[in-house]
Design a protein around this ligand. Structure first.
Ligand code: NDP
Length: 252
């Protein structure tokens, strides 16, 4: 079997995992954050958990990318920059900004995420740096421009939404409040909405099955969780804004 065939199988495996995740998450809520509960085995600190989970998506991704034949070409480098803007933040900045004192995550969740992020790093970094073919002219192709625009818009929404959440707790607080402002006027989970927009943009900017696989997985992972977060808010806060939707403004 050639490596190109292995890469195609890996990409379809990621899509299959997306479908499996989507279906499973309607029966079992991933036990971290507000949905954390006992019975999922040993736990580690939430901050360390985030860093470990996301290391393959940033560091391993870079190693795979630079091992590729096209890694030093301009368009692949631009795509690499988009990916890394997101994942350097998620791995090395976000975990130190969250108010995670005393919070833990099951090791099983961390290990599962490490496996998925490693697969995803191979699928996307190997595509962009090696199997894909992006000439310099790709940088002014409408697919790259629209995709990169969506990615940057999604990143801005995700960053703002995460920043609002992180500002809700005073030092030492661990509880939950109703987030307000920005896209929280319309939906309960603009961080997830922004994240989905980013990876949809990535799929368009790379115009690849690899990019599509991650966009599908992200939506499959985050949409059910947004529905659970939304229901949780309504359960905990009787004064929760009734007009607010879960994930997509005015729709869901
Ligand atoms: P959440 O929105 O559940 O939580 C984000 C942070 O804000 C946590 O520290 C959480 O604390 C805190 N927080 C959330 N809501 C409140 C509130 N109402 N009051 C006070 N604090 C609050 O997001 P996730 O932890 O699930 O995800 C974090 C980021 O990672 C997001 O940007 C998301 O898009 C991204 N992500 C991407 C995935 C993908 O498949 N691409 C998968 C999962 C996450 P606590 O942890 O204590 O609840």
């Amino acid at each position: 079997m050639t490596e190109a065939q292995i890469h195609t199988y890996a990409t379809w495996t990621e899509i299959a995992l997306g479908v499996l995740t989507f279906v499973s998450l309607f029966f079992v809520t991933a036990p971290y954050g507000r949905h954390a509960r006992k019975g999922w085995g040993p736990e580690i600190g939430q901050r360390a958990g985030w860093i470990l989970m996301e290391l393959p998506a940033s560091v391993l991704w870079l190693a795979i990318f630079f091992a590729g034949d096209h890694a030093l070409e301009l368009a692949p480098l631009a795509l690499m920059a988009l990916w890394q803007i997101h994942y350097v933040n998620r791995t090395f900045v976000f975990p130190f900004r969250i108010k995670a004192e005393g919070k833990t995550t099951p090791l099983s969740i961390v290990l599962t995420a490490i496996v998925f992020n490693s697969l995803n790093a191979y699928v996307n970094a190997r595509w962009v740096g090696h199997f894909g073919s992006y000439a310099v002219s790709w940088l002014y192709d409408v697919r790259f421009l629209v995709g990169a625009g969506l990615f940057v818009a999604g990143f801005a929404i995700n960053q703002h939404a995460d920043a609002v959440l992180m500002s809700l707790r005073k030092p030492g607080e661990t509880g939950y409040k109703i987030p307000k402002g920005g896209m929280y006027r319309f939906i309960s989970c603009p961080n997830y909405f922004g994240e989905m927009l980013e990876w949809t943009g990535w799929a368009i900017a790379t115009w690849s099955l690899a990019g599509l696989a991650f966009a599908i997985y992200t939506a499959a992972n985050l949409a059910p969780r947004a529905i659970k977060h939304h229901a949780w808010y309504h359960e905990k806060f009787p004064d929760y804004p009734p007009e607010r939707k879960a994930l997509i403004p005015f729709v869901v």
